[in-house]
Design a protein around this ligand. Structure first.
Ligand code: KG4
Ligand code: ZN
Length: 336
């Protein structure tokens, strides 16, 4: 089965083609256009500007995905599209394009929850991940822990009460004068940061649930920035280090707690923050020491941040086509 995936939930316009046989998929093409350069200047995404760029990009991006895969629309068996959560104007670009294609080409359409897509980025290179699986999604908008029993069957264990992990990186980056999105830059700066100079709070680290909260961390950094007379390069690096340490500490402890309470066979991480090498290494090391029987997976770094391959992958493994008339963009979509 060949699936064309479309992803336009935030600032990116992405199209990918996968070919699935039995339980394994091959990535035929994976194209992404981003308007990040526009948004870096303003420190965040301006929704209308993002949607206008996506309208310009969607056709060329699809064309490029087909071209690279040496295919035409006639070779595609189904269309997968992100229908939420995200920015309404952005989501509509992908959803309406997918509906039109489904209608004109008479092909099935599979609506995909963007967060499920992030999780399924793992299956692109690791089709043999065994259930039950614990999934940590850490992106700019979400920090969620889910228990997956089988493809398409899951329970939400907990999520963030306020800021998501990526959002914390971005907001703290802004306090430090870094451009958006700040996660990758904070990771770089943290390498030369002194781990002992600052220690920021680790909210809810010991709480008896799987909830997260990162807004207190941002407030603690704000206080430190206001206290520090001169925000020199070393101070920025030291704050970056303490920020990353605090976020990673919370993510690892909470996830490990869930790993001990549920009888899981594997653990997968995903979302933009999962591209953080220190987070990946710390997970690997901690699991190796404490729960060596659990298999750990993280997608390739370019598949951690938003892309359309993950949307096609989710559609392939949890194949649930619905009539195109029934699909509507849902900006507030969560795991239900
Ligand atoms: O999954 P994603 O591309 O978009 C959403 O669905 O939100 O995630 C973007 C987020 C941003 O907050 C960005 O700062 C963060 O992922 N991020 C990172 C790294 N790369 C991206 N955070 C920490 N370290 C990184 N290397
Ligand atoms: Zn995302």
């Amino acid at each position: 089965m060949r699936i064309l995936g479309l992803e336009t939930s935030c600032d990116e316009t992405a199209a990918a083609i996968i070919e699935g046989h039995d339980k394994k998929i091959t990535l035929k093409s994976n194209i992404l256009a981003t308007s990040l350069a526009l948004h870096a200047k303003t420190g965040g995404i301006i929704p209308e500007q993002a949607a206008r760029e996506q309208i310009k990009c969607i056709m060329p991006v699809m064309q490029e995905a087909l071209h690279l895969a040496h295919m035409s629309f006639a070779d595609i068996d189904a269309i997968a599209v992100t229908y939420g959560p995200g920015l309404i104007g952005s989501l509509l670009v992908g959803v309406e394009t997918a509906k039109t294609l489904s209608f004109v080409l008479n092909k099935p359409i599979i609506p995909v929850n963007h967060m499920m897509g992030h999780i399924y980025a793992n299956w692109i290179e690791h089709p043999d991940i065994t259930f039950p699986t614990l999934a940590l999604v850490v992106s700019g908008g979400h920090t969620d822990l889910l228990l997956l029993e089988a493809h398409g069957t899951f329970t939400l264990l907990g999520g963030t009460r306020d800021d998501a992990a990526g959002e914390a990186f971005d907001k703290i980056g802004r306090l430090l004068g870094l451009t958006y999105p700040a996660g990758p830059m904070i990771e770089q700066l943290a390498k030369t940061g002194n781990p002992k100079r600052f220690r920021f709070p680790r909210p809810l680290i010991g709480s008896d649930d799987y909830e997260f909260s990162f807004s207190g961390l941002k407030t603690a950094v704000l206080r430190e920035v206001q206290k520090t007379k001169q925000l020199d390069q070393q101070t920025i690096a030291d704050i970056a280090r303490a920020t990353q340490d605090a976020i990673i500490d919370v993510l690892i402890k909470k996830t490990l707690k869930a790993a001990s309470n549920y009888n899981i066979s594997s653990l997968v991480i995903s979302g933009g923050v999962a591209a953080n090498q220190t987070l990946r290494d710390t997970f690997e090391k901690t699991l190796h020491e404490k729960r060596p029987q659990i298999n750990f997976f993280a997608p390739a770094k370019n598949l951690c941040t938003d892309n359309a391959a993950m949307i096609a992958s989710a559609a392939f493994y949890a194949y649930q086509p619905i009539p195109w008339k029934e699909i509507t963009a849902d900006p507030e979509l969560y795991f239900v």
